[in-house]
Design a protein around this ligand. Structure first.
Ligand code: MFK
Length: 547
């Protein structure tokens, strides 16, 4: 009989994840880790069974039915079977709630995001509405609007699937996905003095939720305000919302992203009738954190599959993992992942400290800078690792029902959602402008101090970044043109400093040299990504497309 290659087998994704285990052991008090380990173990087991189950069934997608048999506009969305269990799993494991509960104090966010990291792929991107719900809860808390907090938070943070609400984040319009300040949706008062929204939202992720935060321009003003709305009235009818169609997307196809029209949707202002972007910013920063955690989850899944397959698959007389170039390729991807892991989970630690009021002013400023850095770098890295994972499987990695191509298609959303790489790089400039670069350098120095020494040139690369900023700060165009290189340099420097600190701990406490090896490989890829300000060359190339 012809040879048939066995498929890769995924084990319990908590038990098998050395990087997660070591991190939690270092970052969490022993009693917190012990208290959450059972949930993490169950999520890790579920990740494996869900992967196998997904390979065994025909993929399904949400279906929109706009009209019933009698001509009534109904706009019903039938979600996928996995999505129909989404609320049950989300509440059982507190995927949103855990981040807001006080049981584990400042460790709440790390606890929550370890759960999210383990569950993301199995959830079929049900994590997207969960991210927005977390963002909505965070933005409402920050607004101080007691009425809306009392109304919505018990639902958004519910541990009971019967009462859980999901929130949308309706920002994108045809005129502006990034330039949200151009929002065309208007808000006017009806005869009873209630606010009604009119406009078209071009990308609404998960319109199946119960509420949304959205931006609109109050009549008679130029200002942009943040509004809260519930998607249905007390009778279950749409609240002045028409679902025009579901998006036909490259990936995340289980997620019912929609184009909708607001035609008199009743809404309430969240705060003052202005500064809508400022008011929604806490939501943006929260969903950007989820984005980074979910990008990490994709990287980890790709690497778990690629390593498992490399041990199973033989070519040229030995297992792929024994082939020098293949093992070096996988090790180099693993090193990038381990560095990204330390950065993203450090962001969750900072977030927990800021939200519990235990962070220093410097840590608060650092969180503002590291959130977009983590989002933009991990978004790109997830696509690269997913692409390499396809290649690591050869032709099989290009075959749909292995599940590998979907990882790549889905990964491509991370650099786009919640602000593209360039928009996030400009946000880093915004954050550095507000807080200064000194606090960033001081924080990196402190981390390197904890790591014992700096054999990997983090200080030199940070110093190059500072010099670059000083040289370009007076020239806005040059500054913006190099913002991506600056952001990637800062992200890599922080990740290296954090990995160095972790590696020192792993060697000391566990006698484990693997994080140190990851650091050596990661730093060997280079930390600096600064671009020269060859503005003339850019202009020559970009401004002239004559044949
Ligand atoms: C599974 C993974 C989970 C992921 C969930 C995905 C859900 C998907 C749903 C979506 O994709 S929704 C669409 C997401 N869209 C965006 O992320 C928009 C991207 N565009 C930007 O981020 C622009 O930079 C921005 C809209 C913010 C620009 O708007 P403006 O009005 O030109 O901003 P401006 O004037 O610079 O800032 C207005 C205020 O907001 C300023 O404060 P002040 O009024 O006090 O001066 C800024 O400092 C503040 N601000 C802006 N961004 C901020 C922020 N504050 C804190 N954090 C930020 N990130």
């Amino acid at each position: 009989m012809d040879f048939v290659q066995t498929a890769p087998v995924l084990g319990n994704q908590y038990r098998d994840d050395r990087v997660l285990h070591a991190y939690l052991e270092r970052a969490l008090p022993r009693e917190v880790h012990a208290a959450i380990a059972k949930d993490l173990d169950e999520l890790g087991a579920h990740a494996a069974t869900a992967w196998a189950a997904a390979r065994a069934r025909t993929p399904s997608e949400p279906v929109l039915t706009q009209w019933d048999a009698w001509g009534n506009r109904v706009d019903q969305i039938e979600t996928t079977p996995v999505w129909r269990h989404g609320a049950e799993l989300a509440t059982r494991y507190g995927l949103v709630a855990a981040g807001h509960e006080t049981t584990h104090g400042a460790h709440a966010r790390t606890d929550q995001f370890a759960r999210v990291y383990l569950h993301h792929i199995a959830s079929e991107f049900y994590t997207c509405p969960l991210a927005m719900s977390d963002g909505a809860a965070t933005a409402l808390k920050a607004s101080g609007n007691r009425t809306l907090i009392e109304r919505a938070l018990p639902h958004l943070l519910s541990r009971d699937s019967a009462t859980l609400w999901l929130s949308g984040q309706w920002m994108t319009e045809t005129i502006g996905g990034s330039d949200v300040g151009n929002t065309e949706t208007t808000a006017c008062r009806d005869a009873d003095g209630r606010w009604c929204l009119h406009g078209r939202k071009w990308f609404t992720s998960a319109v199946t939720g119960e509420m949304a935060l959205t931006l609109a321009r109050p009549e008679g003003t130029d200002a942009l305000a943040l509004f809260y709305l519930e998607t249905r009235d007390s009778g279950g009818r749409w609240n002045g919302i028409c679902v025009d169609r579901l998006k036909d997307k490259l990936g995340t196809r289980e997620l019912p992203s929609a184009e909708i029209r607001l035609d008199g949707a009743l809404a309430e202002p969240v705060g003052e009738l202005a500064h809508g972007v400022r008011l929604i910013a806490p939501m943006l920063n929260m969903t950007r954190t989820w984005n980074a955690v979910c990008a990490l989850a994709t990287m980890r899944r790709c690497l778990a599959l690629a390593f498992e397959y490399a041990r199973r698959r033989h070519a040229f007389g030995r297992a792929l993992i024994e082939q020098p170039l293949h093992r070096a390729t996988l090790a180099s991807l693993q090193a990038e992942f381990e560095a990204a892991f330390q950065l993203v989970f450090f962001v969750t630690e900072l977030l927990g400290r800021v939200e519990t009021g235990t962070a220093s002013p410097e840590e608060r400023a650092l969180l503002r800078v590291l959130t977009p850095l983590a989002k933009l770098w991990t978004g790109k890295l997830a696509v690269r690792i997913a692409s390499e994972a396809c290649e690591a499987f050869g032709g099989a990695g290009y075959i749909e029902n292995t599940g590998i191509p979907q990882l790549l298609r889905d990964a491509q959303v991370y650099p786009i959602w919640e602000g593209t790489t360039n928009v996030l790089a400009l946000d880093v400039l915004r954050a550095l402008g507000a807080n200064g670069v000194d606090s960033v350098i001081t924080a990196a120095d402190a981390l390197l101090g904890e790591a014992g020494n700096d054999r990997h040139g983090v200080r030199a690369s940070l110093s190059a970044a500072c010099d670059w900023l000083a040289t370009h700060s007076a020239h806005r165009d040059a500054l913006e043109a190099g913002a991506r290189g600056l952001a990637l340099t800062l992200a890599r420097c922080f990740a290296a400093a954090l990995l160095a600190r972790h590696a020192a701990w792993a060697e000391r406490e566990r006698g484990d040299a693997r994080a140190r090896a990851a650091l050596a490989i990661f730093a060997g890829h280079g930390l600096t990504r600064l671009s020269s300000s060859a503005m003339d060359a850019v202009a020559t190339l970009a401004d002239n497309d004559d044949p």
